[in-house]
Design a protein around this ligand. Structure first.
Ligand code: SF4
Length: 333
């Protein structure tokens, strides 16, 4: 007998997985990553997840689903939460992804760390049942942390798992989980708030502007939105400007080769990445913004370098620092 666990690295999913493993069932843990809750090429997170999966007793598979997830963020059938978090559709999507891998790994059911009433939008009794139905996993999901509150799943009815070893937790309290973790020797887990940036007000605002713009809604652009100051230029393109050396070097590392980028010549200041296809006017406006956040020089004007690797472009722009009015008009906080 084998099960597939929707593994997030949070305490609930570790406990749920472990409670199944303790019954002698082999579990394949699946961590579905997107750019909205993980950074591009973040090796340290992958290593940490591997450690957490070992604690849970399962083998870990990390699968990138960012591309398919963009459609969910753009148009969630069940709407958004407080910010741009499409929680109901996200859960349906992740369960469907899990279902896709069930046959390949010969898993008979799915395990989740869901706890009834833990989240108001996506974890009420009716919503959990609706999500299960929409994911086409009727009766095939085992929830070892809230088992007693739901109709028995097929694995429970058929005796593949022993419900008496499960717990029945409800609500937002973490006491039972923490006690259980202690008794199972589980010491490490990810923060319960999970780090999904779609629940963050400021980040959601930036993503909304990016979705409305003509520029690509892709992984690299989303990653760029995690840093710096954000500007919406009058003709629709977006500018992201680093706030310090660390952000500047990150932006340079992650930018697309087709992106225009700017930085001040011979003085300290931000690196700016333009998202979208800028006109000459957009580049001049961006140079003004970069000049405004650069260290004052001997003269009022600054020399800003504008480059584009795929176009082999490198231009020196003599730029006057942007005015307060322009900054107020374009900056998105
Ligand atoms: S908070 Fe983010 S990761 Fe969690 S369910 Fe909602 S959209 Fe998905």
């Amino acid at each position: 007998m084998k099960a597939l666990s929707l593994f997030s690295g949070g305490l609930d999913s570790i406990l749920a997985t472990r409670l199944i493993v303790e019954q002698g069932i082999k579990v394949e843990g699946f961590y579905f990553r997107t750019v909205f809750w993980d950074s591009l090429k973040d090796r340290s997170k992958a290593l940490l997840l591997g450690e957490l999966a070992r604690q849970a007793g399962c083998r870990l598979h990390v699968i990138d689903v960012s591309k398919d997830f963009f459609d969910i963020v753009r148009k969630p059938a069940h709407g958004y939460g407080k910010n741009l978090n499409p929680c109901i559709d996200c859960k349906i999507f992740l369960l469907k992804k899990a279902k896709e891998h069930m046959q390949k790994y010969r898993a008979s059911f799915v395990v989740t760390g869901e706890v009834l009433d833990q989240r108001p939008m996506s974890q009420t009794y009716d919503i959990i049942n609706m999500i299960e139905k929409k994911a086409c996993l009727r009766g095939q999901i085992v929830r070892p942390l809230s088992a007693g509150f739901f109709e028995q799943s097929i694995p429970e009815k058929k005796g593949w798992v022993k419900p008496r070893d499960f717990v029945s937790i409800k609500g937002r309290t973490r006491t039972v989980q923490l006690d259980l973790a202690k008794s199972l020797g589980i010491k490490k887990f990810l923060n319960p708030t999970g780090g999904c940036l779609l629940t963050d007000k400021g980040f959601s605002k930036r993503v909304r502007y990016l979705m409305r713009a003509t520029c690509d809604f892709n992984e690299t652009n989303i990653e760029i939105l995690k840093f710096g100051r954000f500007f919406r230029l009058p003709k629709g393109v977006r500018l992201v400007a680093g706030r310090n050396e660390d952000e500047n070097s990150r932006l340079l590392r992650i930018k697309n080769s087709k992106d225009y980028y700017l930085y001040p010549e011979d003085m300290a200041g931000p690196v700016g990445i333009i998202l979208g296809n800028p006109s000459h006017e957009d580049i001049e406006t961006s140079a003004g913004i970069i000049a405004r956040f650069s260290k004052p020089g001997k003269t009022k004007n600054r020399i800003i370098i504008c480059k584009n690797s795929s176009r082999h472009l490198s231009e020196r722009i003599v730029s006057e620092p942007a005015s307060d009015t322009l900054l107020e008009k374009t900056r998105i906080k």
